[in-house]
Design a protein around this ligand. Structure first.
Ligand code: NI
Length: 172
């Protein structure tokens, strides 16, 4: 397994629409293993493949407290099950240290292929619903800051660029 570099805004690859995966094979499992390791190393709870530069419709997630329950979503499809929305203060590994309250449907159905390529379907609520909708957006090239005003979005991107620059200087 390998930890990959996570792309940050304004990297244009984060705006790509990811492509469906033909099926789950060992190569895809290696990608998913790398994504989980990368997510853990960055202390995140979810990661889409495009965040490490791979435009495939693959998401990994771990919402467990002990960080020992990785979950895999290949070619996910989500359907809102309610018009009720809930606000949640979202963050993103591609937009480090920025948090903004975003409203999303409170309950959604998720259909996907799992790590073994089996078709699955479940209902997502609470943090799971927030996270799967946030990650699904990545597959469409949408970031949570896209829901903000242009002013707030531009300010967030500038702050991230400054942060990334200072991290690189510290690393040298
Ligand atoms: Ni994100």
């Amino acid at each position: 397994m390998a930890v990959h570099t996570i792309l940050t805004v304004p990297d244009p690859r984060l705006k790509l629409v990811s492509r469906p995966v033909d099926g789950v094979d060992d190569d895809l499992r290696t990608l998913m293993d790398d994504m989980v390791e990368t997510m853990y190393a960055a202390d995140g709870i979810g990661l889409a493949a495009i965040q490490i530069g791979v435009d495939k419709r693959v998401i990994v997630m771990d919402l467990s407290e002990k960080r020992d329950n990785p979950r895999y979503f290949v070619n996910p499809v989500i359907t809102p099950l309610t018009e009720e929305t809930r606000p949640y203060s979202e963050g993103c590994l591609s937009i480090p240290e920025i948090y903004e309250e975003i409203e999303r449907p409170a309950r959604v159905k998720v259909e996907y292929l799992d790590y073994d390529g089996n078709q699955r379907e479940e209902i997502a609520e609470d943090l799971f619903a927030v996270c799967i909708q946030h990650e699904m957006d990545h597959l469409e090239g949408v970031l949570f800051i896209d829901y903000l005003s242009r002013l707030k979005r531009d300010r967030a991107v500038k702050r991230v660029q400054k942060l990334v620059r200072s991290r690189m200087e510290t690393a040298q």
